[in-house]
Write a protein of this length. Structure first.
Length: 460
């Protein structure tokens, strides 16, 4: 209690510290419409470029059979995205078979294609180091491909996929650099689908940084291309991304715009029979209302998303909807109900092997215990989340976990430990080029702690 009173004596101190606490309460907001933001299956198939180089028609029957076997397991892995453990098993089987196909490959062009495909399966199980190695091998092999357009296609695919690796690691500067290089090549060789996907990927990067104007500009360019080439699913994704941006701006006038974009996306997903996309957009509609404090509307859409995800067996989507419902309860102050929803989500995430979801559920449970004043249990949940985020290389999540622990130490009166954790969080935010409220709140909290230390030194 003394520490909070001390903070309140600083200029703006109490406001900053409680802003941090509000940030912790909503650590896992409903996922926006992009990586995280759009349906996971679509993201894996559409956002990661594929390069087949005639492998389905390979003259060597043994190579063709190995490729077809690997591809079958890979596609089954994509189809089971809602069940992380089963999906990961399929992708590991695919990786083994792509490795066998690589041993049989006869040309650098075939090897480049197989490294892209094997990299995509590594990416799908969050093995980003291995995915990166495969994409970089494709870049190297592309130098020896004689057909100029084919070589350019291989380079563009590898560069774009490397951008996605860096984005998932939270390294936004490197992600931007690689997506821009891929975009340039796709434009040079006249590949509009590749161009649109890279524009969307760049929009995601800018959105995460908090540069909403640049994100909107790139999403609108992607939307124009997808409409021109008749890619309805891509059009729906772009509309959903634009809806998310409007919701994030936080202005009352933007609520109607966000709803308009999401309703258009919802109409397309229903028209093409994409239940996964439909559930994703319903969740996003709920997210907009949640951010604007309209909790009854938010709950209505989250319940619909939960029902569809349960019907189609999308366990990860089901867990996400449970967390969204937990956030509604937490915002209402119904902490017992929030705890129930978060624990159900945690059970699913652990059962499916989705470690990022597990970390988020633990973080949200930590927020519940923090609000109850149970600092031991809050700290325990945050520490578990931190361990997972570090293990899977989720740098943004790691920074959030460190910030959460910093607040616990402030409440305990352990200023040195709080400062150390905030400094670690700040270093990560700077390293990955993160924008938004998290980095700013951590910066302000550090300033307040340092001012408090100066006051203590002066004996005030």
């Amino acid at each position: 209690m003394e520490i909070l009173l001390a903070v309140a004596t600083l200029i703006g101190g109490a406001a900053v510290i409680w802003a941090v606490i509000r940030w912790l309460w909503n650590r896992r907001k409903p996922p926006p419409a992009s990586r995280e933001d759009v349906a996971r299956l679509e993201q894996k198939v559409d956002r990661l470029a594929e390069y087949l180089d005639g492998l389905p028609q390979a003259k060597n029957p043994e190579l063709r059979a190995a490729f077809e076997d690997a591809r079958r397991f890979q596609l089954e892995g994509y189809q089971q995205e809602g069940y992380a453990a089963q999906s990961a098993h399929k992708h590991r089987e695919a990786i083994d078979r792509f490795t066998r196909a690589l041993e049989l490959a006869e040309t650098d062009s075939q090897r480049a294609a197989l490294h892209i495909l094997r990299g995509n399966s590594y990416f799908s199980i969050s093995a980003y180091k291995e995915a990166q190695a495969n994409y970089e091998e494709t870049l190297s092999l592309a130098e020896s491909i004689s057909d100029a357009k084919e070589a350019a296609q291989a380079r563009a695919n590898a560069l774009g996929n490397l951008g996605s690796v860096y984005a998932n690691r939270g390294e936004s500067d490197k992600a931007e650099k690689h997506h821009k290089k891929a975009l340039e090549i796709y434009r040079e060789i006249g590949n509009p689908l590749g161009e649109a996907n890279q524009l969307t990927n760049l929009g995601i990067v800018y959105g995460r940084r908090g540069d909403l104007e640049k994100a909107e500009e790139h999403y609108k360019q992607a939307l124009e291309i997808h409409r021109k080439i008749g890619n309805r699913r891509g059009e729906a994704q772009d509309l959903a991304n634009l809806g998310t941006l409007c919701g994030r701006r936080g202005h009352p006038d933007d609520l109607g715009k966000a709803e308009h974009y999401f309703q258009q996306a919802l109409e397309i997903y229903r028209e093409i029979g994409d239940r996964l996309g439909e559930a994703s957009v319903l969740g996003n509609l709920g997210n907009v209302y949640f951010l604007h404090g309209e909790l009854d509307n938010a709950e209505h859409y989250f319940q619909q998303a939960l029902e569809i995800n349960s019907e189609i067996g999308n366990r990860l989507g089901e867990a996400s909807a449970l967390v969204q419902l937990g956030l509604v309860c937490a915002r209402r102050g119904q902490l017992e109900s929030a705890e129930v929803w978060y624990k159900k989500a945690l059970e699913i995430d652990r059962g499916t092997g989705y470690r990022l979801g597990e970390a988020d559920a633990l973080g949200n449970l930590g927020n519940v215990y923090f609000r109850r004043g149970d600092l031991d249990k809050a700290e325990e949940q945050y520490e578990q989340a931190l361990e997972i985020d570090r293990d899977v290389g989720n740098r943004l999540g790691e920074a959030q976990d460190l910030g959460s622990l910093g607040i616990v130490y402030i409440r305990r009166g352990k200023l040195d430990m709080a400062k150390g954790h905030f400094q670690q969080a700040q270093a990560i935010y700077q390293e990955i080029g993160a924008g938004g409220e998290g980095p700013e709140i951590v910066r302000q909290a550090l300033e307040d702690i340092e001012e408090m230390e100066r006051q203590q030194e002066r004996g005030e």
